[in-house]
Ligand binder design. Sequence first.
Ligand code: PRT
Ligand code: ZN
Length: 210
Amino acid sequence: MIRLAIQKSGRLSEDSLNLIRECGISFLSSSYKLKTEATNFPLEILFLRDDDIPGYVQDGVADLGIVGQNVLVEAGFPDLEVEKLGFSKCRLSLAILRSEGYNSVADLQGKNIATSYPQILGRYLAGEGVQANLHTISGSVEIAPSIGLADAICDIVSSGSTLLGNGLREVETVFRSEAVLIANQNLSAEKQELLEQLQFRMQSVRRARR
Ligand code: PRT
Ligand code: ZN
């Protein structure tokens, strides 16, 4: 039996469940249960907060997980990725108030930037030779500039309408993300075999969708 952690409720949940079903795996799911067992494949599914998934897979509490690369890389476990899944595509971008001028990332030198992604942003800015003050906040990052809490933000963007609605404009793409399958790095031979079967089915599903 192999154990897969997916997001309990959020932007990854439906596509994760659909992918498992399209792999021909059947299971009962109720919104109250935090785990379920497949009926026709030796798979147990755990439903968790997405932020907890990388750590659980790293520690072996779960063998496999489905999570956004943004969360995986921010958690510090990029090496757990085994398969790109092609959904939940988004980008992590820097944005400033629309009324502010902007030439290049060097303009952010010494500025206050609010973000939920201090690790990814810190590495990006270091690579650009820019020193800024990062303020880590866990949600509603987009409101920070308009209430004077920060000069800029770095947050997830997909359509861009949230930035627009908060008077912000995107000035740099810091990181591109999509959902990925992750795996513990010390799987038993038996679990490794189950992982390979799952990857084979996921690749077939993606080919059939194209
Ligand atoms: O409760 P839990 O901790 O499990 O969930 P969560 O609230 O932390 O995450 P959730 O469900 O919002 O997102 C899960 C994953 O979906 C993220 O980690 C990304 O990998 C991916 N994803 C894809 C997104 C978006 N698109 C997205 N648009 N995550 C967040 N957003 C936010 C964005 O920050 C903005 O505030 O949605 C808002 C709207 O975006 P626009 O640009 O379309 O307006
Ligand atoms: Zn989360």
